[in-house]
Each structure stands twice: as structure tokens, then as C-alpha cells.
Design a protein around this ligand. Structure first.
Ligand SMILES: NC(=O)c1ccc[n+]([C@@H]2O[C@H](COP(=O)([O-])OP(=O)(O)OC[C@H]3O[C@@H](n4cnc5c(N)ncnc54)[C@H](O)[C@@H]3O)[C@@H](O)[C@H]2O)c1
Length: 347
């Protein structure tokens, strides 16, 4: 597999987005965000999305230069409209509004709609955690992108509806929980299909509702469905995420005629310093992490990790060793660049 440095991939991504019509600032934000997902080990939300995003630009589904609008606000909340701009650009601006409000009133919530795909959701609680704030975020696919069967069902009814939570922790880095509410993120299925790898049992059913480990059975035609993670609990969380994001932001929940794929999201940001005191909370959180890690380990487990640690370690490793991109994925990026008259410098 071709291997690149993060700098090379960010540069290439920025060049492609600019060649397709994005401003230098938009192109930089989106390319950086995707490569940061690769660095964190989430290739499903990394540079493999470049061709998909450019295709959306070609179809006029991304509004270039869109400005985030405040539709409604109080001291402690804001309803935001991304005007179908790049999700990463809108996501970062929305977080800035939430953090600013939380710094003033202690706890603030934003509800955002009309945003293109925001990428790796963990990025946004990380922004809050870097400012000493905790964050809980719920996301849906704007009523479209239905992939997941309800618990006990066989048909696609919900989108992947991720939930991300960030908790600032100065010692050891923030706790970042960043999960889709399905058994496996759809982008990872796509990668498994590209690599010809087996899907973990219990993740998908085929069109007839039979359990399968073949990614193509999910895509069809006729299509199968992803299953919720953790049985009824994952389904419950996915349903709640749909309601709290799509339902409250005005984007709408997963529905039969959800026509435009994107993301809507709700983020609750908590200024830890104001609510509990930064040092007191740090001590509490540190004690919990130490206590959890002091457990005996199951056979074959080398170390107990807390959420956010796997990404931190992968970031360190990939920063050192580079980011491997599947040859077919890289070829799609090269082809996308060529379509816009760009020959990538990095090959
Ligand atoms: N924008 C969207 O619409 C959208 C939709 C779905 C998923 N996503 C993204 O896809 C990515 C992958 O989602 P996923 O559901 O496959 O996540 P996943 O199953 O890889 O779980 C990741 C989470 O589990 C934690 N974790 C992993 N191993 C651990 C261990 N051994 N001990 C403790 N914690 C551990 C990680 O720190 C992280 O918080 C996420 O970044 C998510 O935001 C985005």
C-alpha cells in the first residue's frame, strides 16, 4: 500500500478540493480534518472521502463559501443553519459558538442543520476538551442515509447516528468516546469490501435478513442492513441521537423520503471550571481512570485503555510511520484530481 506523511496527504487533499472549486480556507479545513481522522486510525472518515466530497461538489450539493447562520438564540443555546456548506467548516464554527456561550453561562447547547458530512465526530468534542470543556454530541444524517435496522427488525430505518463525548483530562489527554450506534461504521464496511476482508459476525444482515460476513451483502442489490451495536441498547441510543439531532435542529429524523444526505447535530458543551472547578474535576477524573486501569486483565489483553487512548496512540504511530492508503483508494483520489485538471505531486 502506498504510504504518505500527514503533511503530504493534507497538501494533496487541499489541492484537490481547491481544483474542484473550494476556497483555500475551506479546502484546508476539510483536508486537514480528513487526514486527522486517518491519523487517529479512522480511515473510514479519512482521505477515502475526498472523491465522495468532490462528487458532491460537482453535483452542486456543497454550497461553496456558505456562512453559518444563527436562526434562533438565547444566552445558552443556538439553532444554526449551515446553508449546506462543508460539514467540517460548519462543525468547527458551530463549536466556536457553543464554547463561547458555555464560557459565559456555564452550559450551552447548539442545534445545527443543513451541514454536509462533518466527518469524524470525535473531532468536535476534542475542540471543546482542548478548551477545558466537556461535550456530548448527537448526530444524524439529516433524515437520509438510512443504513441500520431497528432492534428486532431487518429493514434499514436509521442512519449510523453517531454519539461523541469529550471529557477534558490534562493528565493523559481527554477522554473521547466516538461511536456510531451501529455495529460497525459504514465507511469501515466500504474498506472491508475494497480489501476483500470478512465483516465481523453480528454486524450485518443480507437482503433476506440472514446474518452475513460479506460486505457486498450489505450493499446489494438488493441491499441488506447494518445492525445496531449491543442489541437493544445501541438501537435505543441511535433512536435518541436521531431525535435529539434531527428532531431538535429542524433537519428532521430518519424518514422514508429523507432526500438529502448530510449531518445535523446537537452538542451540549459544559464549562467544567465553572460547574465543578477544573482542578477538582481533574482529580476526580484521574482517580477514576487509575481505578479502572487497576482491574485484572482478561486473557490476551495487554492493557486496559480508556476511550480516546487508542486514537492518541495511533496518532503517535502514524505520525512517525506514515499513513498507508489502499492502492484502489489512492487511485480514486488521483482520478478525481485528474478530472479537475490536477496532477498530484505526491504519487
Ligand atoms: N459523520 C457521520 O455521519 C458519522 C457516522 C458514523 C460514524 N462516524 C465516525 O466513524 C468513526 C468510527 O466509528 P465506529 O463506530 O466504527 O467507532 P469504533 O467502533 O472504532 O469505536 C471508537 C471508540 O471506541 C474507543 N475504543 C476503541 N477501542 C477501545 C479500547 N480497547 N478501550 C477503550 N476504548 C476503546 C475509541 O477511543 C473511540 O472512542 C467515528 O469517528 C465516528 O465519528 C461518523
Amino acid at each position: 500500500m502506498p504510504t504518505f506523511t500527514a503533511v503530504q496527504l493534507k497538501q494533496s487533499g487541499q489541492e484537490v478540493f481547491q481544483a474542484a472549486g473550494a476556497s483555500p480556507e475551506e479546502a484546508r479545513i476539510v483536508a486537514d480534518s480528513l487526514v486527522e481522522a486517518n491519523l487517529a486510525g479512522h480511515d473510514s472518515h479519512g482521505v477515502m472521502r475526498i472523491p465522495e466530497y468532490v462528487e458532491a461538489m460537482e453535483k452542486g450539493l456543497v454550497v461553496l463559501g456558505a456562512k453559518l447562520q444563527i436562526v434562533l438564540e438565547s444566552e445558552s443555546f443556538a439553532v444554526l443553519d449551515g446553508g449546506w456548506g462543508f460539514g467540517q467548516v460548519m462543525g468547527q464554527q458551530a463549536m466556536a459558538i457553543a464554547i463561547d456561550k458555555a464560557a459565559r453561562v456555564g452550559v450551552a447547547t447548539i442545534f445545527a442543520r443543513n451541514c454536509c458530512h462533518i466527518g469524524r465526530v470525535g473531532e468536535y468534542p476534542e475542540i471543546a476538551a482542548a478548551r477545558g470543556m466537556a461535550c456530548v454530541m448527537f448526530v444524524n444524517a439529516h433524515g437520509a442515509g438510512k443504513l441500520v435496522a431497528p432492534w428486532g427488525g431487518l429493514d434499514r430505518r436509521l442512519s449510523a447516528n453517531p454519539i461523541a463525548i469529550g471529557v477534558p483530562l490534562a493528565s493523559g489527554g481527554p477522554i473521547i468516546v466516538d461511536i456510531s450506534t451501529c455495529a460497525i461504521a459504514e465507511g469501515k464496511l466500504r474498506n472491508m469490501m475494497t480489501a476483500g476482508a470478512a465483516v465481523p459476525p453480528g454486524s450485518i444482515v443480507d437482503a433476506e435478513g440472514k446474518p452475513s460476513t460479506i460486505a457486498a451483502d450489505f450493499y446489494g442489490p438488493p441491499p441488506g442492513a447494518l445492525l445496531p451495536f449491543g442489541g437493544h441498547k445501541g438501537f435505543a441510543l441511535g433512536l435518541a441521537a436521531d431525535l435529539l439531532s434531527g428532531g431538535l435542529s429542524g433537519a428532521g429524523c430518519s424518514r422514508p423520503d429523507g432526500e438529502r444526505l448530510g449531518n445535523s447535530f446537537t452538542a451540549v458543551v459544559i464549562d467544567v471550571a465553572r460547574v465543578r472547578g477544573a482542578e477538582a474535576f481533574e482529580q476526580e477524573a484521574r482517580k477514576l481512570v487509575e481505578y479502572v486501569k487497576s482491574s485484572r486483565r482478561a486473557p490476551g489483553v495487554e492493557e486496559i485503555l480508556v476511550p480516546g487512548e487508542p486514537e492518541k496512540r495511533e496518532r503517535e504511530r502514524r505520525s512517525r510511520e506514515g499513513i498507508a492508503v489502499h492502492a484502489a483508494t489512492w487511485q480514486r483520489i488521483v482520478d478525481t484530481a485528474q478530472r479537475h485538471g490536477l496532477k498530484l505531486q505526491v504519487q
